[in-house]
Design a protein around this ligand. Structure first.
Ligand SMILES: Nc1ncnc2c1ncn2[C@@H]1O[C@H](COP(=O)(O)OP(=O)(O)OP(=O)(O)O)[C@@H](O)[C@H]1O
Length: 323
């Protein structure tokens, strides 16, 4: 439903987005990740027809966003960064105005506003000027306008920015509910969000795509993938670490004391298909030694570590390839 090909944006001599290509199908929730200034918002503005590309193309449901901007925009819901303009309007007035801009009939507009208000839980502030609302409510007004016309494509720039944990949870649930029938792109700095709602993640750095895969595939690139984490309560000694280190197939071990507990992370000597054998061996040893086990599990990998290894601004390309 979204096809991006060689999309590029120059601001004078500076290349903010550098020949990126990807597609998004119905049912996908693509998480767009990258450090500040990586080019996420610029890419989203180009996909939604608000910024002209310097080169390359973006097509939405077959419509080129430059050649057929309006046709493409009809099919897109766009949540830009920050809060909606028109701060002196109330959410009701603003959403009704947007419904009119979207050319919905009066009857359709009423239903669409009701639906969007319900989905984003705005009813308690419907008649209060947007400028006087909290950041979380203002963000939700933006969300409501983006889904008002029930578009098949949603482009959301940091949809949960400024929301409290409960609101974040609700917005993620809303995105999850809409996911099956839409193609959704969200940008985010919150890595747990990627794991929670994205079917695929795309990492962008200095305007270029440096990784593209499912959250699980990205986590498999982590050095923690298939490591085993063991947390013990009470006093642990050097001897405990030595006993763990002497298990067969252990390459190295990290020890992290925290309060009354210590977490040992065991890295296997060889990348394995599965970490269950190592988990079993650690569990056996812990039983034999009568250690007070608080937690024991195989690590899926850590997205934050993969993100850092791919986007360190000082990393040379060969280091990034090796990551
Ligand atoms: N209109 C503009 N003129 C000049 N440079 C711009 C313009 N818009 C963006 N840039 C630059 O392009 C780069 C990419 O910006 P962009 O806003 O797309 O990044 P981002 O990944 O969305 O960052 P953030 O996570 O901080 O929102 C930045 O270096 C930014 O300063």
């Amino acid at each position: 439903m979204i096809v991006i090909d060689g999309l590029t944006k120059q601001f004078g001599p500076f290349t903010a987005v550098d020949r990126i290509s990807f597609s998004v199908a119905r049912g996908e929730v693509l998480g767009f990740l990258g450090p500040n200034g990586a080019g996420k918002s610029t890419t989203m503005k180009m996909i939604t027809g608000f910024l002209a590309p310097s080169a390359g193309s973006a097509r939405v449901c077959g419509h080129d966003v430059v050649a057929s901007t309006l046709a493409a925009q009809r099919l897109i819901g766009y949540l830009p960064e920050g809060a909606p303009a028109y701060g002196d309007m109330t959410p009701r007035g603003f959403l009704t105005f947007i419904a009119r801009v979207r050319r919905l009939s009066a009857a359709e507009a009423g239903k669409a506003v009701d639906r969007a208000v319900e989905a984003t839980e705005l009813s308690s502030v419907l008649d209060q000027p947007i400028d006087t609302l909290s950041k979380g409510f203002r963000r939700r007004v933006g969300l409501a306008q983006s889904i008002l016309h029930n578009p098949p494509v949603l482009i959301m720039d940091e949809p949960t920015d400024g929301l409290d944990p409960n609101q974040k949870f609700e917005v993620r649930k809303l995105i999850g509910r809409m996911a099956a029938e839409k193609a959704i792109v969200i940008s985010t700095h919150i890595l747990e969000e990627v794991d929670a709602i994205c079917t695929r993640a795309l990492i962008i750095d200095h305007g270029q795509i440096v990784a593209d895969g499912t959250p699980a595939a990205l986590m498999a690139r982590s050095r923690y993938h298939n490591a085993v984490s063991l947390t013990l309560g009470g006093q642990t000694t050097v001897a405990t670490a030595e006993k763990l280190r002497s298990l067969p197939g252990i390459a190295s071990i990290e020890v992290a004391p925290r309060g009354e507990e210590t977490t040992f992370t065991l890295f296997p000597a060889q990348a394995r298909e599965s970490d269950t054998l190592l988990v079993d061996a650690v569990a056996r040893l812990a039983r034999e030694e009568n250690w007070p086990v608080r937690a024991l599990y195989g690590e899926p990998g850590r997205l934050d570590e993969v993100f850092r290894s791919l986007t360190r601004s000082d990393a040379r390309p060969e280091e990034k390839d090796a990551a």
